[in-house]
Design a binder for this molecule. Structure first.
Ligand SMILES: Cc1ncc(CN)c(N)n1
Length: 229
């Protein structure tokens, strides 16, 4: 625990500050059922469709990070993250949706759910109102959470990989590309948080808490779609 005169906060302090909410997110029923194969396919399909919209706005948020970058180092870093989402994650996602019988046209036309709207606009609002660190903290549950979820799923004995229709999803987020992006982001956040004051940390912790709550709502939206698609 950091001392009050020289806090030296890290990302771990953010997750510990909201431990119960963080655990609800990374161990959500959607995730558990995806791992033990009991998740209805309609839930996963709905999640995939909405996640397409999420990733579009997520890319826009990194575009905002480019704009908010104060120097060439940060500018390059945000630009690389934006490129990775547009060229890799969204490309993989579209291919993945195709395998699940969801066409690109369908993706382009689908209506945004309120949970998608709330989460993505919250992140963008944090970036508009705040600085680069506010934006990174709003984005952290997304990148750090999915990386942690996927590695946990691969490690835990209750996960079924054989004949699991969601196996590719688990392996994509547990894969080296995503994991290394997650490690880079943890390093960035640890560096940036190391010299914030206690007051500033509390502001950032509130952003982190709300973004995590919105991730929980996103899982729940998928789970609620038992018969909707
Ligand atoms: C809702 C959500 N959160 C996080 C991720 C991981 N980029 C995602 N694809 N979708």
């Amino acid at each position: 625990m950091p001392s009050s005169d020289s806090p030296h906060y890290t990302l771990a302090d953010l997750t510990q500050r909201h431990e119960a909410i963080w655990q609800t997110y990374i161990d959500h029923e959607f995730v558990r059922r995806l791992a033990d194969t009991s998740l209805p396919e309609s839930c996963f399909r709905h999640y995939l469709q909405q996640d397409y919209r999420f990733l579009i706005h997520f890319a826009r948020a990194w575009g905002l990070a480019v704009y908010k970058s104060p120097d060439l180092f940060e500018l390059r870093r945000a630009f690389e993250a934006l490129k990775a989402i547009v060229d890799t994650e969204l490309d993989l996602h579209v291919g993945f949706c195709r395998q699940w019988g969801i066409s690109e046209r369908e993706l382009a036309e689908l209506e945004e759910e309120r949970e998608t709207l709330a989460y993505t606009r919250f992140v963008l609002d944090c970036g508009h109102r705040g600085d680069l660190l506010d934006l990174h903290v709003a984005l952290a549950p997304c990148l750090i959470g999915y990386g942690e979820i996927a590695t946990r799923l691969l490690e835990q004995p209750t996960t079924v990989l054989e004949h699991n229709p969601y196996r590719e999803w688990i392996e994509m987020y547990a894969g080296e590309d995503f994991q290394s992006a997650m490690r880079d982001e943890i390093e960035w956040l640890d560096r940036a948080l190391s010299d914030v004051s206690t007051e500033r940390f509390e502001q950032l912790a509130a952003i982190f808490r709300d973004a995590t709550r919105l991730e929980i709502d996103f899982w729940q939206m998928g789970l609620n779609a038992v018969r909707s698609s």
